[in-house]
Design a binder for this molecule. Structure first.
Ligand SMILES: [Zn+2]
Length: 344
């Protein structure tokens, strides 16, 4: 199973392209090196493809894959004459066709998978590579399977006026979760089923990296307000909306916000009309931190749970959340915020 998860599609290609491949132990494919032609003896098989690492090595001195070996993509590129980018695309497509198998695996997610995943991430971090790119390169992430795409479409994510043109969601094959990239280094893995959520939480994120802020690259510097929301799928619809995960800000997040001193920072929670814990948290802040600015939902939106909920109901709300006057009119702090909450 481990073998199937890691670099499995690359291994499939090796089997297809190279004659006489033999499995050796749990981590190697062994065959006659197609790059250098291998040794004179017909039985000479000096090529080794390492499944876990997705790398290739040939023991034949003088072979380009000798000494330092090469990445799996380099190897496949050398024997197919296709570019690495082309091959990567092909691999991702192959992964997409596994959607039905993957769907069944959603039922089988285990804590062990998640531990394996985080061990992998730690290794990658030590190599000081950009995590996002590396996950794609390693083929741990794929394009969205159809059933996940449907979920994303339902939420109208790509209708948001405030997402970068190259921002993309992915599917993590190993945890069967939706990947929400935040920065080059940080992302969330969002549960796709209630079962996943109950077993290991709605969101998972890379360990050992302090939580940054999502959306800073898309703010309008002429509008001197920043709205801090918990979830990305809400933040992307609000003008100058940023996602912070939880409103208990990390030191890194506080540090980042220091650079926006000329902006009014506003905490923006789920609808206080609909969500009791949001109401209570808002009330608590008005008492304990009366200087904190809060977005308080207006009564006319009382039936909605959160921002995304309004968008799902009607595209017309896209304009509301872009309206500077409306957003400003709902900012309160301290006693004024408490007065506003009295109507609830
Ligand atoms: Zn060779």
């Amino acid at each position: 199973m481990q073998f199937f998860d890691l670099n499995s599609y690359m291994a499939d290609m090796v089997y297809e392209l190279v004659p006489g491949v033999r499995r050796q132990g749990h981590n190697q494919l062994n065959f006659r090196c197609p790059i250098c032609g291998d040794g004179k003896k017909k039985t000479s098989r000096r090529g080794h493809f390492y499944l876990n690492e997705g790398t290739y090595y040939c023991w034949n001195a003088g072979c380009p894959a000798n000494e330092k070996g090469m990445s799996g993509l380099q190897f496949l590129s050398a024997i197919t004459k296709k570019s690495q980018a082309e091959l990567k695309k092909e691999l991702i497509q192959r992964a997409g066709t596994f959607q039905n198998i993957i769907k069944e695996e959603v039922q089988q997610e285990s804590k062990q998978n998640i531990n394996d995943l985080f061990n992998d991430i730690k290794l990658k971090k030590e190599e000081k590579r950009l995590l996002i790119k590396q996950q794609l390169l390693d083929n741990n992430w794929t394009v969205l399977p159809k059933w996940v795409q449907e979920e994303v479409d339902k939420r109208k994510i790509y209708k948001s006026p405030y997402i970068a043109h190259d921002w993309e969601l992915f599917y993590d094959k190993r945890t069967n979760r939706l990947v929400i990239p935040w920065t080059d280094e940080y992302y969330q893995l969002r549960a796709l089923t209630k079962k996943q959520e109950a077993e290991s939480g709605k969101y998972l994120f890379p360990p050992d990296i302090e939580k940054p802020i999502f959306g800073l690259n898309m703010i309008d510097t002429n509008f001197k307000y920043l709205f801090l929301l918990e979830g990305v799928f809400d933040a992307i619809f609000v003008k100058n909306g940023l996602a912070v995960g939880s409103l208990k800000l990390s030191n890194k997040q506080k540090e980042i916000l220091e650079q926006y001193k000329d902006y009014t920072i506003v905490y923006f929670m789920d609808n206080q009309y609909k969500d009791l814990s949001s109401y209570e948290e808002t009330l608590k802040i008005t008492k304990e931190q009366p200087y904190i600015n809060l977005f308080i939902w207006p009564e006319k939106l009382k039936e909605f749970k959160d921002v995304n909920d309004t968008i799902i109901t009607s595209d017309n709300y896209l304009r509301l959340w872009s309206n500077e006057g409306f957003l400003k009119s709902r900012i309160f702090n301290g006693i004024k915020a408490r007065m506003e909450l009295k109507n609830f």
